[in-house]
Design a protein around this ligand. Sequence first.
Ligand code: GDD
Length: 420
Amino acid sequence: MRIAIPQDTERFGAVLIHGVQHVWELDASLKQRKDAYDDSNVIRRISYEELHDIEQQMAVVVPMRGERIKLVEGVLSGIPNNCLVIIASNSPRHPVDRFALEREAFARFSRFTGKKIIVAHQQDKAIAAAFRQAGYENILDPETGLVRSGKAEGMIIATMLARLAGRKYIGFVDADNYFPGAVLEYVREYAAGFVLSKSRYAMTRIAWHSKPKIVEDTLFFAKWGRTSRNTNHLLNSLLAEYTGFETEIIKTGNAGEHALTMELAMQLRYSAGYSIEPYHFINLFEQFGGLPGSTLRKKLIQEHVEIFQIASRNPHMHDTDKGDEHIDEMTLAAMQVIYHSPICPQKLKKELLEKMGEMKLSSENNEPDDTIYYPPLWQIDLAAFHNILAERPFAPLLVPTAKHRSLPKIGPALPEVRNP
Ligand code: GDD
């Protein structure tokens, strides 16, 4: 891959947010190829081997709920063979057991390709028991005793499985992507971010090239959707309140397509459902922003938490048949977590309330409801969590408990981590 270095970078305490980086070439050949266009001051050539090295340490998670199997098979075909695939499904089991059909189809896919695939169901009793055993009960629905529904909750399950499988990086791709080539590109870009990063705590977020739409019989390559435009603006306003400089640096507030180092994935607090991606930023600022009341380790300030935003080349074509209500749900979810953050300034809260009013998303008392938050996953005892999953069909793809000592220890990056 040949990729431009970031043109600008904003800093918020220990968090570095790099501006969107452009990809000049998706494949820039092997390491050994020395030519006149190797590296320049502004472009970095990342060899195939460097990408491959990261990919083989990566788990790629596909969260899904009731997607068409054919569509998901396309997504799987785009994920490089050396990545571990984790499918976190919340598809219905009644009246038709759609999950059973999925499991069969993905097992077949695995047989034909030799790809390692973990298929887990979000409502699996053993997974719920593992969280309960680990004292991570917030994620359980009090009525059913099973893991709550929601995209974030599926992602959290998958993050624990990736950790237990010993993967160093974890990436996410939605299951409803029509272009396998785009999926392959995203994974390569996740890897590129980690090649460029100097920190153990890094995240790559994809800024979609465009989302093609038919407008009056013509294909129109729209750049921003309603939700992204709104979330990016609000996150940038929050940043500006603290730095004193207006900015447009954040372009990936809602990026469903993103990847993290496992070290960072274990440090974050998560929020429920579709608010998870915007809340990454909020929680990074809360934890690592160096604001009064928080303590940053000197080492962390030097090492930084790095956020890369990479503009993909393929258009993003996904299932768009989910309606306006769904868009409103995602827009509101982002606004809720910004509004309720202890670091949200009064001025921004006022703007948020006005916007919610204009968009007719306000609740009765004019305060948005808050959402559910989940504590950092480093707190979970791995062996206790793992033991309960020993009988699951995917258990052979996890590092056996007897070898847990080979898993890197991940404790808190901060001296104190606030409990939710
Ligand atoms: N495991 C699991 N559990 N997966 C879920 C659930 C759930 O409860 N709900 C949805 N998913 C899966 C979907 O099947 C899909 O693969 C993915 O999560 C994204 O959900 P969509 O409902 O298709 O979201 P979207 O395409 O409108 O929005 C996506 O892009 C936004 C950025 O524009 C999501 O990734 C958003 O999180 C993201 O902000």
